[in-house]
Ligand binder design. Structure first.
Ligand SMILES: [Zn+2]
Length: 85
């Protein structure tokens, strides 16, 4: 009986985890959509390729598809920390 209860608890935890993952994915997609709408037409300053919206660690990033770097919005940049002085 206790064993069954534990398994039920595990199932609930799995379900909660799945819901959190789903929520995180939706947040990522929303961020990416927002970024795409605002930054349409941004180009890589090195190779002029159109930047591609990606989600990195919960922040939307417009990145060069050829790996030259990316564009972070101010709020995402702030989350990385204070500028060095
Ligand atoms: Zn580039």
């Amino acid at each position: 009986m206790d064993d069954q209860k534990d398994r039920f608890g595990d199932k609930i935890r799995d379900l909660e985890k799945a819901r959190e993952d789903q929520w995180a994915r939706e947040q990522d997609l929303a961020l990416i959509e927002k970024m795409r709408a605002r930054q349409r037409g941004l180009q890589c300053p090195r190779c002029a390729a159109g930047l591609v919206a990606q989600s990195r660690g919960g922040a939307a990033v417009m990145a060069c598809p050829n790996g030259h770097g990316g564009w972070l919005e101010a709020d995402a940049l702030e989350r990385l920390g204070e500028p060095a002085k």
